[in-house]
Design a protein around this ligand. Structure first.
Ligand SMILES: [Zn+2]
Length: 152
């Protein structure tokens, strides 16, 4: 069975890892997920404010949204967004991870976990923060549309 993702799902870890390295965060999340009976880290990519890391191999189905794992990639910001919004550095690493996934799988849309299931994850603001960074600035779209009209 081949895994061909159609969407990227954003998560937060709902845990403050303080200054732990991303590798140690991956180890913690992997052992939490193993204890829940998953075959390892359920997320495909883990993100911090300084880097991102592949958890679940990208050619394998993840375990991150009950009922929607068969065609989604899970990207988890290793932070607790219950009482704050993501920082600029966290957003830029998330965007880098999404662009890496899009370079492999095509222009997949990005959705939030709470659009697919009744959960707080990843908080009310993460998706719009990420989308604002993914879309080109409006002045650029304006000039691109002008350039386009020259060739019609
Ligand atoms: Zn989630």
């Amino acid at each position: 069975m081949s895994f061909s993702p159609k969407r990227i799902v954003l998560h937060h870890a709902a845990f403050d890892f303080k200054n732990a390295s991303l590798v140690s965060r991956l180890n913690d999340i992997t052992s939490w997920h193993l204890s829940r009976g998953f075959s390892g880290c359920g997320y495909h990519v883990l993100v911090s404010d300084t880097s991102y890391l592949v958890g679940r191999p990208l050619d394998r189905q993840g375990a991150h949204v009950l009922g929607s794992n068969s065609d989604t990639l899970g990207v988890c910001l290793t932070a607790d967004l219950s009482s704050r919004i993501a920082t600029e550095s966290e957003i830029s690493q998330l965007v880098a991870a999404i662009l890496m996934l899009r370079s492999k799988f095509g222009p997949l849309p990005v959705v939030a976990h709470n659009q697919l299931a009744p959960t707080y994850c990843p908080g009310p603001y993460l998706l719009s923060q990420v989308n604002a960074s993914l879309s080109p600035p409006s002045f650029l779209s304006f000039y691109l549309s002008k350039i386009g009209s020259l060739f019609r």
